[in-house]
Design a protein around this ligand. Sequence first.
Ligand SMILES: [Zn+2]
Length: 76
Amino acid sequence: MKCVICHGDEIEVMEVKEEFTVGSDIVYVPTKVSVCKNCGERYYDRRTMQFLEEIEGKLFKERGKLKEVGKVLMYD
Ligand SMILES: [Zn+2]
């Protein structure tokens, strides 16, 4: 498989942090996806997409179970 962005062929499965926004919070979900090592483009297969959609639906309800690892700050 070649990267459609940079045409590189170094695509590897890596663990990345997918970001979801819940209200004004940001939730990181560790996810294994194929990533182009050259340009960083992420490739999602159907199973990963389904997994992320499921998680997204649960995040709001299960917000209380999430661990706080940082804060979201705004400069204004
Ligand atoms: Zn690439």
